[in-house]
Design a protein around this ligand. Structure first.
Ligand code: COA
Length: 186
């Protein structure tokens, strides 16, 4: 049986104005089936109805995500953010696709998104993943260790902006091996 990963944190309030009104008590937990419904709501709120048509979503439809590398953040018992990781073969690299990452609007800009990404990468590293890959905004993910994948090196099952395909290389010589199709793997 896997042991849930639990991190406790007290975040700074969103603004000086709210400082005296509310303190957040944040807990980071490994995802389990009891989180499914609320994660669906958080993702629907963040990405809207078009979310299932995105290229990364099509990879996620090919198979299950890995719950042992997927995490939620709860504030005082309420789930308010989620990150999921899906095992992929990207060219010759056995890695994980990070996403969706979403934080409820009430809890944005408190460092929760960054912390979920950090925890997910660390968990992937411990599990022997060769890389963490995603499609996302370079200004947000760059400072978290993501690098651009060579232009059009990976074929997604749908259109992607090649400038937004990013990777945290963990294994040896990851970049030259990130060439070819990306899809779900066992
Ligand atoms: C993107 C998202 C996950 C960030 O989570 P968060 O917990 O609010 O972010 P953090 O608190 O870790 O980081 C906040 C910082 O990131 C910046 N930031 C947020 N979104 C950004 C983006 N798309 N591009 C660049 N910077 C971004 C903020 O301006 C802030 O900057 P600051 O620290 O200089 O003030 C969250 O806004 C969200 O759920 N958005 C909707 C869904 C989404 O776009 N997911 C990402 C898909 S790639």
């Amino acid at each position: 049986m896997s042991c849930p990963l639990i991190f406790y944190g007290f975040s700074l309030p969103m603004s000086q104005q709210h400082q005296h009104l509310y303190k957040h008590e944040l807990v980071y937990l490994t995802e389990d089936a009891s989180h499914d419904d609320v994660i669906e709501l958080i993702n629907a709120e963040a990405f809207g109805p078009g979310r299932h048509t995105r290229a990364a979503a099509r990879i996620r439809e090919q198979g299950a995500h890995d719950r042992s590398l997927s995490f939620i953040c709860a504030d005082d018992g309420e789930t308010i953010a989620s990150v999921r990781m899906t095992p992929v073969l990207a060219g010759g690299v056995k890695g994980h696709l990070l996403g969706p990452l979403a934080v409820r609007p009430s809890h944005k800009n408190m460092g929760i998104g960054r912390e979920l990404v950090r925890i997910a990468i660390e968990a992937a590293r411990r599990k022997g993943s060769e890389a963490v890959i995603l499609v996302g905004d370079p200004p947000y993910y760059g400072p978290l260790g993501f690098q651009k994948v060579a232009y059009n090196a990976l074929d997604f099952p749908g259109p992607v902006d090649p400038g937004r395909v990013l990777v945290v290389p963990i294994g040896e010589d990851v970049h030259p091996r990130l060439k070819g199709t990306i899809g779900w793997r066992e």
